[in-house]
Design a protein around this ligand. Structure first.
Ligand SMILES: [Zn+2]
Length: 169
């Protein structure tokens, strides 16, 4: 009887271990700062942050040198997520657009650097970026935000011809 029980327990433990390997325990999301363009990778286990590592981008280095050092980063979550089970296996990445917390994600850091460099006033570009940092919930403001996103993309495509698009017109 005792041997039977311990055999059952062993099978259960092996089963749980195998299961634990495949359950996505570690969740890593990528963020970008709407102000300076620094990037952050944030790893969570069951909603608790266990690791956050920031890395400079050409945009954040430029911002730091030419504008100011970014004191309060405004993090916008991107579309990319990586999940891992225990023992780092399996390692699964997925790109889901609804994961982004704001339309700014459409503009990469390299593009945002160019927008900064082509704006007569850095503060105007920063306001545009902050206006796109998180989705508007109000329908009217959401439409204004969509228009801004579109106009900004067109401005980039045109090679920065004409004035920088502004929020809410
Ligand atoms: Zn920042």
């Amino acid at each position: 009887m005792g041997a039977y029980r311990s055999k059952k327990l062993a099978i259960l433990l092996v089963g749980l271990t195998i299961l634990a390997c495949f359950i996505p325990v570690f969740v890593t999301d990528l963020y970008t700062c709407a102000v300076c363009g620094k990037s952050r990778s944030l790893t969570q286990v069951f909603g608790f942050t266990i690791e956050a590592s920031d890395s400079e981008t050409p945009c954040s280095l430029w911002y730091d040198m030419n504008v100011e050092s970014c004191r309060d980063h405004v993090w916008v979550r991107g579309t990319w997520r990586e999940t891992k089970g225990l023992f780092s296996f399996p390692n699964i990445g997925s790109n889901i657009s609804s994961r982004a917390t704001g339309p700014l994600i459409r503009f990469g850091e390299g593009e945002r650097l160019l927008i900064y460099q082509h704006s007569p006033d850095v503060r105007d570009a920063r306001n545009v970026f902050l206006g796109l940092a998180s989705w508007e919930t109000d329908a009217r403001r959401r439409r204004q935000q969509e228009r801004l996103e579109l106009e900004l993309a067109e401005w980039v495509d045109s090679g920065f011809v004409g004035p920088l698009p502004q929020i809410g017109h």
